[in-house]
Design a protein around this ligand. Structure first.
Ligand SMILES: [Zn+2]
Length: 166
């Protein structure tokens, strides 16, 4: 297993649209294991493949910080089917270290998600998990959470970020 360096805000590779995952392979098993390891090492709830330079529709989520294997979720070619309610809370991103901003997200989200074997199922998530679904799927579409804010607020965040990482 290996921890991969995470690409950070400003890297053009984070802005690309990702391609669907095709047939599953041992290499993808390895990549998923690496992604979980990287997310846990960086103390993140999730990690999307584009954040480590793979532009494919693959992401991992672990809301237990490595404590409970049953809570590991692999998103493969996921699509949001429906959303309900609103939650307001702080959101952060491993690609924008040090920045946490309050962002509105749906409180409950239903996904269509693929298993490695190619079969599909519906996955429901609420609260932190619903937020993680939205956040990771945004990465697969080339979108970072700070892009939800208007230009003025985004500039303030950008200055704060540059100050933190001088
Ligand atoms: Zn992120």
């Amino acid at each position: 297993m290996a921890i991969h360096p995470v690409l950070t805000w400003g890297d053009p590779r984070l802005k690309r649209n990702s391609e669907d995952v095709g047939a599953w392979s041992p290499e993808l098993d390895q990549l998923v294991a690496d992604m979980f390891e990287t997310a846990i090492a960086e103390e993140g709830v999730g990690l999307a493949a584009p954040q480590i330079g793979f532009n494919i529709n693959l992401a991992v989520i672990d809301t237990s910080a490595g404590e409970d294997p049953a809570r590991k979720i692999i998103l493969i070619n996921p699509e949001i089917l429906r959303e309900e309610g609103i939650q307001r809370g702080p959101e952060g991103c491993l690609s924008i270290p040090g920045i946490h901003e309050v962002l509105e997200r749906p409180r409950q989200v239903w996904l269509k998600n693929r298993r490695p074997d190619g079969t599909w199922y519906e996955q429901e998530g609420e609260d932190l998990l619903a937020r993680a679904f939205c956040h990771e799927i945004d990465h697969l579409r080339g979108r970072l959470f700070v892009e939800y804010f208007g230009p003025v607020k985004r500039q303030v965040i950008q200055r704060k970020y540059q100050k933190l990482h001088k």
